[in-house]
Each structure stands twice: as structure tokens, then as C-alpha cells.
Design a protein around this ligand. Structure first.
Ligand SMILES: [Fe+2]
Length: 235
């Protein structure tokens, strides 16, 4: 008998960079968490109103402007707890108003929905993914058939290589990923599809991965990204 999930995840695509802002709704309590509030806070509040939920938590995948530029406006209108990794807060260096600082492995309780925090460095030092049931909100760590840049301040392609390897081995193939940007032909995908068609998942050598991420990919591939056959990454 199929088990109905005790939560739902709603996506809004907002802003000029095709960001996804997510609303995670815990059905038992009608609490909600907003992931990466940015660009159009009234649209986020309207979605919450339509779903009949109370926003109690704000989760950040990382501190880049395009993922956080709605924080003040949202927190001014909702009494919500802000969560991010301690490492990202140190990298960001901004005085935040009493956020909860996490480590990878922490668990956030959104009513009766547990949210597991993964530390996934590479795009930024304190990038996080949020694992909720069979779903993973991936920020700019993993896109559908892509991954986040590692050439911006705090980026580290060697760390990204390790992070993606850990995700490939540590997450079930059926895990549904929800990325931070709409850069692909599809808005969500499974880990299994990513292992098959995401070129960043095809490397077994960190030096080749770093070359591909830093010097090859962006000049050879345009979004929307589709699947790439293994072996075709640097052709
Ligand atoms: Fe970013």
C-alpha cells in the first residue's frame, strides 16, 4: 500500500536567475519552512496563504545574494527561525539576528516532518542540502544534469568532487532532487538519473573533474541542461 508522505514540497521559480524558492509543508501541524527566500516575498507569502500554512522556519542552502535577498522582508512579516550551517555563517560574515547554526548531520523538526541537514561544500564552504523523506533540496550543489560553480569566492572544485561522490554513494537512487535553479529540461530528477546523465557525476578522478568544472563545462554547454552520456563530458 503506498504510504502518503506527511509533507509536501512546493516550488516557486522567481527572479532573473531562475531561482527556485521552496515551501515545505508539514501536514500534521500546517507549519512550513521556506528554503532560500528571495526575489518576490509577496509571492512566497501568497503561496503559504493558499496552502493554509504558517511559516515557522527559514532554511538557507547558502548565502549567495540570489538565494537570500528576501530574508529581511520575510522575517519582518513572519516570526520564523532562520537556519543555516555555522560554516556558511562564518563565510558570509554577516551579523544575523540569532539564527540556528547547524553542522552536517543535524536534524530540524518541522512539526512532525524531520529535515536532515547535509553539509555539501564546494559551491560555498558551508553549502547545505536538506533531506526530507525521499526528497533532497540541493541548492547550488547539485542541479538537474549540472552542478554549482566553483570559481566564485569560497568555491572549491576539489571539495565539490568529494561532495558529489558522497552524495552518489550515500543517497538512494530514488531520491528526488530539487535544485536551486531551473537550469534543466526538467525541474526535478532522481539521483539515479543524475548518476546516469549528469556529467559531473561521471568522474573517477578529481583532477579531470576540476578541469571540466573550472575550464571546460561553461564554454561547451548551455542550459537548459539535458543528460550527457558517460564518456562524452569533454568531447
Ligand atoms: Fe550560489
Amino acid at each position: 500500500m503506498p504510504v502518503t508522505e506527511p509533507f509536501s514540497i512546493h516550488a516557486l521559480e522567481l527572479g532573473p536567475m531562475e531561482n527556485f524558492v521552496y515551501l515545505v509543508h508539514d501536514h500534521a501541524t500546517d507549519r512550513a519552512a521556506v528554503v532560500d527566500p528571495a526575489w518576490d516575498v509577496p509571492a512566497v507569502l501568497a503561496l503559504a496563504a493558499r496552502q493554509g500554512v504558517r511559516i515557522t522556519d527559514v532554511l538557507l542552502t547558502h548565502s549567495h545574494h540570489d538565494h537570500i535577498n528576501g530574508i529581511e522582508e520575510l522575517l519582518a512579516s513572519r516570526d520564523a527561525q532562520l537556519h543555516l550551517l555555522g560554516e556558511e555563517a562564518r563565510f558570509w560574515g554577516r551579523g544575523l539576528d540569532l539564527p540556528t547554526l547547524h553542522h552536517g548531520g543535524d536534524r530540524i523538526e518541522l512539526g512532525e516532518t524531520p529535515i536532515h541537514v547535509l553539509h555539501t561544500p564546494g559551491h560555498t564552504p558551508g553549502s547545505a542540502c536538506y533531506h526530507i523523506g525521499d526528497h533532497l533540496i540541493t541548492g547550488d550543489t547539485l542541479f538537474v544534469y549540472g552542478c554549482g560553480r566553483c570559481d566564485l569566492k569560497g568555491g572549491d572544485p576539489e571539495q565539490m568532487y568529494v561532495t558529489l561522490k558522497d552524495m552518489a554513494t550515500g543517497l538512494p537512487g530514488g531520491t528526488i532532487i530539487h535544485p536551486g535553479h531551473n537550469y534543466s529540461e526538467t525541474t526535478t530528477s532522481t539521483m539515479e538519473q543524475q548518476l546516469e546523465g549528469n556529467p559531473f557525476m561521471h568522474f573517477d578522478d578529481s583532477d579531470r573533474f576540476i578541469t571540466y568544472r573550472m575550464h571546460y563545462h561553461d564554454s561547451h554547454r548551455d542550459s537548459p541542461y539535458g543528460p550527457v552520456c558517460k564518456g562524452d563530458e569533454m568531447k
